[in-house]
Design a protein around this ligand. Structure first.
Ligand SMILES: *Cc1c(COP(=O)(O)O)cnc(C)c1O
Length: 342
């Protein structure tokens, strides 16, 4: 038995999802004639109480399109130093948009309104123009930490007062919302644009959505095209996304619960020096003494558990819908007995 915890992107379409894909009605989406893509975009916009949405191949693309649409060259983005747009999108903000980034030292990836306020540049021609704030919920590199709306609204107010746009990298937003019971509409109202991933915990094979008002999405559609992201009979994969949004949201609490369970077991182990607070489906922990992530992962792999290094002595486990309860038992058993096995 192989238990793949390297990411929640590793899931494969279920039989029911494949069925939805096979029976999708399709057309040429560049001509806006794909009824399934149109349905997915309308459904998502409505879900967040926004005017429009745009289906894209990846969350990197939706984030980078948002940055491009909100900024001009010489502008600056304010975000946490661990954010995906900075760490894992190949330096896209410089490449696509010619903007710089002001990195904040948040707490487990989360930033506050007062940190943002301090970071906004004064109006001198030797300084970049602070134009956009990006926050991430849940925060991946922060250990899956969750923002609650009352933490975000002061940032929203500040951005409005100071003329900055606010973008949400909501790759795993639904993992947060099933915990907080906050609504998509309330989150929609708090941001100028939102990116969500269908290919993470929601279990679709591919796809992300960018959500915003009509003018913003019109501009975003042109940027998607120049990036090569205009797809033709995309309804086949959009059908998987629609299925995911309609069937796989509530069950994310199972993944969150399993992560908490694994986190609690790791807390008890002498080979672990620290576990980041587990709030959603991600567990990030540090190894004790001289134990390297590489050695730990190699031993885990021998026992059929796959995970990733998040630093020389740091490991990430990610729980998702392709983990059965049998697999979960195996994970707990291996984590509990690592000392004797290693
Ligand atoms: C996965 C992820 C993305 C987008 O990644 P893609 O692999 O390009 O779809 C963006 N932000 C966060 C926080 C992510 O975890």
């Amino acid at each position: 038995m192989i238990v793949n915890l390297i990411s929640d992107t590793v899931t494969k379409p279920s039989a029911a999802m494949l069925e939805a894909m096979f029976s999708a009605e399709v057309g040429d989406d560049v001509f806006r004639q794909d009824p399934t893509v149109n349905r997915l975009e309308a459904y998502t916009a409505e879900l967040f109480g926004k005017e429009a949405a745009l289906y894209c191949p990846s969350g990197t693309m939706t984030n980078q399109i948002a940055i491009k649409c909100h900024t001009q060259p010489l502008d600056q983005i304010i975000c946490d130093q661990s954010s995906h747009v900075y760490q894992y999108e190949t330096g896209g903000p410089a490449f696509h948009s010619g903007v710089s980034m002001k990195l904040l030292k948040g707490t487990h990836g989360k930033i506050t309104a007062s940190q943002v306020e301090e970071a906004i540049e004064a109006d001198y021609d030797w300084l970049p123009v602070s134009r956009l704030v990006v926050i991430e919920n849940t925060c991946n590199k922060g250990g899956g930490s969750i923002y609650r709306l009352p933490e975000v609204l002061p940032i929203r107010t500040l951005c409005q007062e100071r003329g900055l746009a606010l973008h949400l990298d909501g790759a795993r937003l639904f993992n947060a919302l099933v915990e907080t019971q906050e609504t998509t509409k309330a989150w929609g109202a708090a941001f100028d644009s939102i990116s969500i991933c269908l290919s993470k915990g929601l279990g679709a094979p591919v796809g992300s959505l960018l959500i915003g008002d009509v003018d913003f999405i019109k501009k975003a559609r042109r940027v998607r095209k120049v990036m090569g992201g205009g797809m033709r009979q995309a309804g086949y994969i959009a059908a998987a996304g629609l299925y995911a949004l309609q069937n796989n949201v509530e069950r994310l609490s199972i993944d969150n619960q399993r992560a908490r369970q694994a986190g609690a077991v790791l807390q008890q182990q002498s080979y672990v020096s620290a576990v980041r607070p587990v709030q959603s489906n991600i567990v990030i922990f540090d190894l004790a003494g001289k134990l390297s992530a590489a050695d730990f992962l190699a031993t885990m792999e021998e026992q059929g558990i796959l995970a990733v290094a998040f630093g020389p002595q740091t490991v990430r486990l990610t729980f998702h819908l392709d983990i059965s309860s049998e697999m979960m038992e195996r994970v707990i058993e291996v984590l509990s007995n690592y000392e004797t096995a290693g």
